[in-house]
Structures are given as structure tokens and as C-alpha cells.
Design a protein around this ligand. Structure first.
Ligand code: ZN
Length: 156
């Protein structure tokens, strides 16, 4: 028997340290969060992705009284992009939260189901997707590939 240690790499940035392009992506994700439909959780989530052709798409969470029928912002966005820009590469994906319930000391990372969908798109395009999500007040965590959030990605 031997122990296997995995190295996961994240970088934490103050929002003010982000590039202008990433600040723009953050603002687009925040705008998207404003239109979320989140009457049950109270967490309005916005997602924005940058494609390799420069296009930016956004989406938000869409909840439902029958909870599993709703969908997270990340998957709402990825499925839209997959349906409408299947030949483009997703370069980065920003996820933000707008909520009175938001804890400024907490990391809000994507759920397991969204991680698996991100992994599928990353695998499909054979190019890593950089992920950026909130890690406290005015801070974000950045990882350069989905593998850092989902080690040993399930693949066929
Ligand atoms: Zn999710």
C-alpha cells in the first residue's frame, strides 16, 4: 500500500487584482445573478463564460418548487453554450453569488453535479477551463482546470 497525495492548485485574488477582462467577466456574472430565479434558496447565482472567439455568455440559477427540477447557474450556462456554440472553446467560467445570506468568510464553490458537467465540457473541447469563484468578501479563487475541483474525473 502507498498513499497518494494530490496537488490541487488555486490562486486567490482580491477583485481589485483581477485583469480588466476578468473584472468585466465578474461584472457580467453579477448582472446575470440579478435576474436569477431563486425564491427558495435565497441565493442568486450568476455565471459568465468567455469563449475563445471573445464572446461572453451569462446565465443564472433557475429554481423550482420541485427542487430537483431547477438548475444551477453553471449548468444553465454550459448547456446553453453547448447547444448554441458547440464548436467554440470555453476558456474561463466565473461564478458569483448575490444574496443577503452570503457569508463573507465562506468559499462558494460549484456543486458536485456542476463540476461533473464542467468536466464533460472540458474533456469534449480538449482544452482546460479556468474556473473562478468567490472565496470571501471581494476575493475570488482561480483554478486553471476543472481537475483541480474534481480530481479523478469520471470518464468513459
Ligand atoms: Zn451546481
Amino acid at each position: 500500500m502507498k498513499n497518494i497525495e494530490l496537488k490541487l492548485v488555486f490562486s486567490e485574488y482580491e477583485l481589485s487584482e483581477l485583469s480588466d477582462d476578468d473584472k468585466n467577466l465578474y461584472a457580467r456574472a453579477m448582472d446575470a445573478a440579478k435576474a436569477a430565479y431563486a425564491p427558495y434558496s435565497g441565493f442568486s447565482v450568476g455565471a459568465a463564460c468567455l469563449l475563445d472567439n471573445g464572446e461572453i455568455f451569462t446565465a443564472n440559477n433557475q429554481e423550482n418548487a420541485a427542487y430537483p427540477s431547477g438548475l444551477c447557474a453553471e449548468r444553465t450556462l454550459l448547456f446553453f453554450v453547448g447547444a448554441n456554440r458547440p464548436d467554440q472553446t470555453i476558456v474561463k467560467l466565473m461564478v458569483v453569488i448575490k444574496s443577503k445570506l452570503k457569508d463573507a468568510k465562506k468559499v462558494y464553490s460549484p456543486c458536485g453535479a456542476c463540476r461533473q458537467v464542467m468536466a464533460e465540457y472540458q474533456n469534449r473541447q480538449s482544452h482546460p477551463i479556468q474556473l473562478i469563484f468567490e472565496s470571501g468578501e471581494n476575493k475570488v479563487l482561480v483554478c486553471n482546470k476543472v481537475d483541480d475541483l474534481l480530481p479523478y474525473i469520471f470518464r468513459f
